[in-house]
Design a protein around this ligand. Structure first.
Ligand code: PGA
Length: 249
């Protein structure tokens, strides 16, 4: 049995004060949600406030990116030790918005994932195809290539610690959710790649989340797919009641 992971990606929204307000409302709504792990990934500047706000609860806090180096001349980057120091435990890596707007590649995704693991953070590694790739029938090839270059080079012991998020780019922030069947199909492709690279046991254990326009009204149908082990939620994770209803699908 894979325990579901319900993760929120706040992207570039909320200040520390707004973070505290969010958790004030959110905490009681998920106080009994032991069926899943809950991870919220706010902007770097909110991490400390978020960690303080979830103290004593099972809610975990993650960053949205991580530098591949421990420290150094990397203007604008935030390192693993800095993230760990805030009390965060997770980090998103390779989100499609990083790939699309900030030049993230499979190679840098791999380096960032390795850095997260080196510093004891759980990476949520994102893969997913763009609209034109889906329309030209290349979904499987694209996700496989992203897996082979960004994830497969990990050591088996490292792979055992990661979470994977399948996020079709055409479904992110567009209101177009992949149907549960479409999502599950790609999850099967990713799991098959995991099996080839790391063996059946590791592939059966890895949790693959779906992301892209997950909302309170579609979370249950997505989670009903045995292949979908959780969700990575953008827009709908900003509202405490809405995200709580996704968590409690
Ligand atoms: P969305 O974003 O839920 O707003 O579509 C998901 C994500 O980008 O992680």
């Amino acid at each position: 049995m894979r325990k579901p992971v319900m993760a929120g990606n706040w992207k570039m929204y909320k200040t520390p004060a707004e973070t505290a307000q969010f958790f004030e409302k959110f905490r009681p709504l998920v106080a009994n949600s032991s069926h899943c792990e809950i991870v919220i990934c706010p902007p770097f500047t909110d991490l400390a406030a978020a960690v303080a706000a979830v103290k004593g609860t099972a809610i975990r806090i993650g960053a949205q990116n991580i530098a591949w180096a421990k420290e150094g001349a990397f203007t604008g980057e935030i390192s693993g030790p800095m993230i760990v120091d805030t009390g965060a435990t997770h980090t998103i890596v390779g989100h499609s918005e990083r790939r699309q707007y900030f030049g993230e590649t499979d190679e840098t995704v791999l380096k960032r994932t390795q850095a997260a693991l080196d510093f004891g953070l759980t990476p949520i590694v994102c893969v997913g195809e763009r609209l034109e790739e889906r329309e030209s029938g290349r979904t499987e090839a694209v996700c496989t290539a992203q897996f082979l270059r960004g994830i497969a080079p990990l050591a088996a012991a490292q792979f055992a610690k990661i979470l994977i998020a399948y996020e079709p780019v055409w479904a992110i922030g567009t209101g177009k959710t992949a149907t549960p069947d479409i999502a599950a199909d790609v999850h099967r492709v990713i799991r098959a790649q995991a099996r080839e690279a790391f063996g059946k046991e590791a592939a059966d254990a890895v949790r693959i989340l779906y992301g892209g326009s997950v909302k309170p009204d579609n979370a249950r149908a997505l989670m009903a797919q045995p292949e979908i082990d959780g969700v990575l939620v953008g827009g709908a994770s900003l509202d405490p009641a809405g995200f709580a209803s996704i968590v409690n699908f």
